[in-house]
Ligand binder design. Structure first.
Ligand SMILES: *[C@@H]1O[C@H](CO)[C@@H](O)[C@H](O)[C@H]1NC(C)=O
Ligand SMILES: *[C@@H]1O[C@H](CO)[C@@H](O)[C@H](O)[C@H]1NC(C)=O
Ligand SMILES: *[C@@H]1O[C@H](CO)[C@@H](O)[C@H](O)[C@H]1NC(C)=O
Ligand SMILES: *[C@@H]1O[C@H](CO)[C@@H](O)[C@H](O)[C@H]1NC(C)=O
Ligand SMILES: *[C@@H]1O[C@H](CO)[C@@H](O)[C@H](O)[C@H]1NC(C)=O
Ligand SMILES: *[C@@H]1O[C@H](CO)[C@@H](O)[C@H](O)[C@H]1NC(C)=O
Ligand SMILES: *[C@@H]1O[C@H](CO)[C@@H](O)[C@H](O)[C@H]1NC(C)=O
Ligand SMILES: [Zn+2]
Length: 453
């Protein structure tokens, strides 16, 4: 029955959808404010962002991918893949076979990125269109020999204004047209690490600045006449949680440094044992009750973090708010990277533009669902990915979306109407036939001559 209702309505929308092809190709600007924890939206004021949302859509929680770090999550957004499938499995990596190293400061070897095809590459290869990037991890690397037609080398010292100026220039004056663009900003991540998210006073100030930047973005798009036709997604890679000097896990208390190579430290440590993996594992397993220790083959399936050579033989996952150290004091008051089922690790997503509904709120999607949605908006054929387009249908104007409670409501409503009608008919029939002990035959005869009574 439910299926029937859905079929019926999707049929209707197809018929009534009309001519949705515009002469202008759809354009999309993807914006990331690094480390924008989902519940900042509830706990602080964002007048500019709220205005943006009022005329667009909001997804309150985006379930991101494990490990909840910057490079891996930004790459999942633009590929729709879990980390084990796109190959950027941490901000610090080591490949045993090639002996190559990767870090935030040494990320330009395409080797690391080539296990996937990001959407800016697909956008340029599938259609006669350009992509542009005012930074985003990977956009200054020739992935599959292709960079965006317009990009900036990463540098945290380039101001937001310059990034915004250049990306809007590219969006306006290029041939073939720029139809996909990215804009990346380091806050509120940097301050979240420095102060910790529980420092209300400092976070209030920083988040106000972030909101002002969103105000500038919208203002600029309006002044340039880009606002009405451009689709804009504002999202982030992960959240942030409070750390403390009282929540340290010191590996030096448990195991000699010479028995392993440390590839990544906290809150997910990647350990490459030198000689005996079992021995290293056994020592770490009993090291501290506030971390989970996994052999690579035993990493829980829900993390989708196992099938890649760049994932090391032993992985340590600290509990929320705990920091793994090597005989050192607390490095930062806020951190992320923890279990992706923790809501403190989740970012949000807001979107505005001709592809999106106006004034619609949605509770949750996965970060890997963003990629198939973006491909749909741009008319691109997505590469195989781990996202589900159906999860984002409710956000899009050209899709019919029906959620379960609504569907049940419609079905119950229809049943009620049908039942009432049936009852009425039966009652009427009974009334008609009460004075007559004989039924149909007589009734039919009477029909020819209703005045007989
Ligand atoms: C749809 O719109 C486009 C552009 O406005 C037009 O060229 C095309 O003929 C229309 N197609 C139909 C089926 O109406
Ligand atoms: C932004 O554009 C200006 C003007 O074309 C250029 O001089 C500057 O180098 C660009 N900035 C970056 C970071 O690419
Ligand atoms: C980025 O840096 C490389 C190497 O330093 C340089 O060759 C290239 O021209 C730069 N690209 C842009 C767009 O600034
Ligand atoms: C791509 O677009 C440009 C400018 O719009 C045009 O000059 C060129 O011929 C196009 N190439 C193809 C292969 O369509
Ligand atoms: C590794 O260590 C375990 C436990 O200490 C021991 O039983 C095993 O024999 C060792 N394996 C090798 C190859 O040395
Ligand atoms: C750890 O630090 C303490 C005091 O700072 C020092 O005595 C100890 O030798 C250090 N241990 C290691 C393994 O570095
Ligand atoms: C994710 O998608 C990739 C590409 O289609 C596929 O190889 C992989 O098995 C998927 N992962 C999961 C957990 O489904
Ligand atoms: Zn980040």
């Amino acid at each position: 029955m439910k299926l029937l209702v859905i079929l019926l309505f999707s049929g209707l929308t197809t018929v009534c959808g009309g001519n949705s092809s515009h002469s202008l190709p759809p354009k999309l600007l993807l914006v990331s404010f690094d480390g924008f924890r989902a519940d900042y939206l509830q706990n602080y004021e964002f007048p500019h962002l709220q205005n943006f949302i009022k005329e667009g859509v909001l997804v309150e929680h985006v379930k991101n991918v494990f490990i909840t770090k910057t490079f891996p999550n930004h790459y999942s957004i633009v590929t729709g893949l879990y980390e084990e499938s796109h190959g950027i499995v941490a901000n610090s990596m080591y490949d045993v076979i090639t002996k190559k190293h990767f870090s935030d400061f040494d990320d330009k070897d395409p080797f690391w990125w080539n296990e996937a095809v990001p959407i800016w590459v697909t956008n340029q290869l599938q259609k006669n269109r350009s992509s542009a990037a005012a930074m985003w991890p990977g956009t200054d690397v020739p992935i599959h020999n292709t960079t965006p037609s317009y990009f900036m080398n990463y540098s945290s010292s380039v101001s937001f204004e310059e990034r915004l100026n250049n990306i809007t220039t590219w969006l306006m004056n290029s041939n073939p047209p720029v139809t996909f663009a990215t804009l990346y900003w380091e806050e509120p991540d940097a301050s979240g690490h420095k102060y910790g998210p529980e420092d209300k006073e400092n976070m209030y100030r920083v988040l106000k600045e972030v909101d002002n930047l969103i105000g500038e973005l919208v203002h600029k798009l309006k002044v340039l006449g880009l606002w009405e036709n451009l689709n804009v997604i504002i999202t982030s890679d992960h959240g942030m949680t409070q750390c403390s000097k009282d929540r340290l896990i010191n590996l030096d208390l448990c195991i000699d440094r010479s028995s392993y190579t440390l590839i990544d430290l906290t809150p997910v440590a990647a350990i490459l044992p030198k000689i005996n993996t079992t021995e290293v594992y056994n020592k770490l397993k009993v090291c501290n009750p506030h971390m989970n220790v996994y052999l690579k083959e035993d990493i829980p399936a829900r993390f989708h973090y196992q099938h890649n050579d760049r994932i090391q033989p032993v992985i340590l996952v600290a509990d929320e708010g705990w920091t793994i150290v090597l005989n050192k004091s607390l490095p930062k008051l806020g951190d992320h990277g923890y279990d992706n089922s923790l809501s403190s690790m989740h970012p949000f997503l807001a979107a505005h533009g001709p592809a999106f509904h106006k004034g619609y709120k949605h509770s949750t999607i996965n970060s890997v669902d963003i990629y198939p949605m973006m491909c749909h908006i741009l008319g691109l054929q997505p590469h195989p990915n781990n996202g589900t387009f159906g999860h984002t249908k409710c956000l899009l104007v050209d899709q019919w979306c029906i959620n379960l409670p609504e569907a049940i409501g419609i079905v119950i409503g229809a049943l009620l109407v049908l039942t009432t009608l049936t009852c009425l008919i039966i009652i009427m029939q009974n009334r008609l036939s009460v004075p007559r002990p004989f039924s149909r035959l007589q009734l039919q005869e009477d029909d020819d001559d209703p005045l007989i009574e």
